[in-house]
Design a protein around this ligand. Structure first.
Ligand code: NAP
Ligand code: GDD
Length: 323
C-alpha cells in the first residue's frame, strides 16, 4: 500500500520550538525529518531522518530535500540570540538572513525536480517591530528592527514574501512574539531566571545577574505557539500571521512570579550586570493576534503565571538532580 503519511522537514529541530513541533506533528501521524547543525552531539552519526546541515552552507540542502521528500518545511534554524547578534552581526546575517534565501532556493529547485509543491514556514519574529511605531503590533505594522538579528529576520521575511509572489511558492511568515518553556535556551531571560530561582532555592547559587529588567514583552508558551505554525500551513492560501497573547509583562514581573512561586523575595538576590544591556534595546512588544484567532481559530492556553511556575518547577527538578 502506498505510504500516505504526510512528511515534514524541520530545520533547527534541536531547539525549543523544534522539540514541541516534532512531538505535535508525530501525534498527528507525520513522518518527521530534521536538520541539525554541526554543533549537535553525535556528529556524523545522525539517524535515518536526521541530517547535518548548516544554513551558512547551502551545498547539501537539495540532497536533504530529495531524501526527506517533505510536504511541509518548517524553517526554525537561526542564530536566535539578540544580544549575541551584536557581537556576531555578519554571522547572524548569514545564518538568520541569507540562510533563509538558501533554503527557499533549494525548495524552488526541489519542487521542479520532484514535481510537487512544498509548504514553507519561516520563523519570523516580533523583534522586527523593534522600536515600535504603533501598539499593539499586527501584520500591517511597519518594521523598525533594532539589532543585527532583527535586521536579518526582516531580510528573511521579505525574501519569503518575494518567493511567494515571484515564483508562486506556498511560503509564509509566522511573526511570533516571545514564547518560552522548560525547553527554552538558558541564555534567554525567562529561563535564566527560572534556573536561578531553582538553584538559589536549593542553595546551589547565591545571586542572579541581569541586564535591563524594565523591558516588557508579550510572553506566551511555546507549546501553544507551535500549534499556530501548523495551522498556518493548513490554509488554502499562504498568508503571514502574528502570533501573540496580547498581554504585556516586564522582566520584573517575571522575577515576581518566579521567585514568588518558591516563597523568595528577589530584591537582595538579583544584581545588575551592565554587560547584559544591549547597544539598542527593544523596550516593549505587544502583539495583536486577531487575524490568527479569526482565520486559524488559534488561542493561547497557558497564562503568564502558569508559564513561570511551569518553568520553575521543571528547573527545581533539575536542580534537585544536580544537588
Ligand atoms: P533556538 O532554541 O535557539 O533554536 C534554534 C535552532 O537553530 C537550534 O536547533 C540550532 O541548532 C539551530 N541553528 C543555529 N544556527 C544554525 C545554523 N547555522 N545552521 C543550522 N541550524 C542552526 O530557537 P527557538 O526559540 O526554538 O526559535 C525557533 C525559531 O523561531 C528561530 O528562528 C527564532 O529566531 C525564531 N523565533 C523565536 C521566538 C521565541 O520567542 N522563541 C520568537 C520569534 C521567532 P544548534 O543549537 O545545534 O546550533
Ligand atoms: N537574555 C537576557 N539576559 N535578556 C535580559 C537579561 C539577561 O540577563 N536581563 C534583561 N534582559 C532583557 C533583554 O534586554 C530583553 O529586553 C528581554 O530581557 C528579553 O530578552 P531575551 O529573553 O533574550 O529575548 P528577546 O526578546 O531579546 O528575543 C527573544 O524573543 C524574540 C521574539 O521577540 C528570542 O527568542 C528571539 O529569537 C525572538 O525572535
Amino acid at each position: 500500500m502506498a505510504d500516505t503519511k504526510r512528511r515534514a522537514l524541520i530545520t533547527g529541530i534541536s531547539g525549543q520550538d523544534g522539540h514541541y513541533l516534532t512531538r505535535f506533528l508525530l501525534k498527528r501521524d507525520y513522518e518527521v525529518h530534521g536538520i541539525v547543525s554541526c554543533r549537535a552531539p553525535g556528529i556524523g552519526e545522525a539517524g535515518e531522518r536526521l541530517y547535518y546541515a548548516d544554513l551558512a552552507d547551502g551545498s547539501n540542502l537539495g540532497q536533504i530535500l530529495d531524501k526527506a521528500n517533505p510536504d511541509e518545511v518548517y524553517n526554525l534554524a537561526a542564530q536566535s540570540h539578540v544580544r549575541l547578534s551584536f557581537d556576531l552581526p555578519q554571522y547572524t546575517a548569514d545564518v538568520t538572513g541569507v540562510g533563509v534565501l538558501r533554503m527557499l532556493d533549494a525548495i524552488r529547485e526541489y519542487q521542479q525536480r520532484a514535481g510537487k509543491q512544498v509548504r514553507f514556514y519561516q520563523a519570523s519574529s516580533s523583534e522586527m517591530f523593534g522600536k515600535v511605531v504603533e501598539t499593539p503590533q499586527s501584520e500591517s505594522t511597519p518594521f523598525y528592527p533594532r539589532s543585527p538579528y532583527a535586521c536579518a529576520k526582516v531580510y528573511a521575511y521579505w525574501q519569503t514574501v518575494n518567493y511567494r509572489e515571484s515564483y508562486d511558492m506556498y511560503a509564509l511568515n509566522g511573526i511570533l512574539f516571545n514564547h518560552e518553556s522548560p525547553r527554552r535556551g538558558e541564555a534567554f531571560v525567562t529561563r535564566k531566571i527560572s534556573k536561578a530561582v531553582a538553584r538559589i532555592k536549593l542553595g546551589l547559587q547565591d545571586k542572579l545577574s541581569l541586564g535591563n529588567i524594565e523591558a516588557q514583552r508579550d510572553w506566551g508558551f511555546a507549546g501553544d505557539f507551535i500549534e499556530a505554525m501548523w495551522l498556518m500551513l493548513q490554509q488554502d492560501v499562504p498568508e503571514d500571521y502574528v502570533v501573540a497573547t496580547g498581554q504585556v509583562h516586564s522582566v520584573r514581573d517575571f522575577l515576581d512570579a518566579a521567585f514568588g512561586h518558591v516563597g523568595l523575595d528577589w530584591a537582595n538576590l538579583v544584581e545588575t550586570d551592565v554587560n547584559m544591556f544591549r547597544p539598542a534595546e527593544v523596550d516593549i512588544l505587544c502583539g495583536d493576534a486577531t487575524k490568527a484567532q479569526e482565520k486559524l481559530g488559534w488561542q493561547p492556553k497557558v497564562s503568564f503565571g502558569e508559564l513561570a511556575r511551569m518553568m520553575v518547577d521543571h528547573d527545581l527538578e533539575l536542580a534537585r538532580q544536580e544537588s
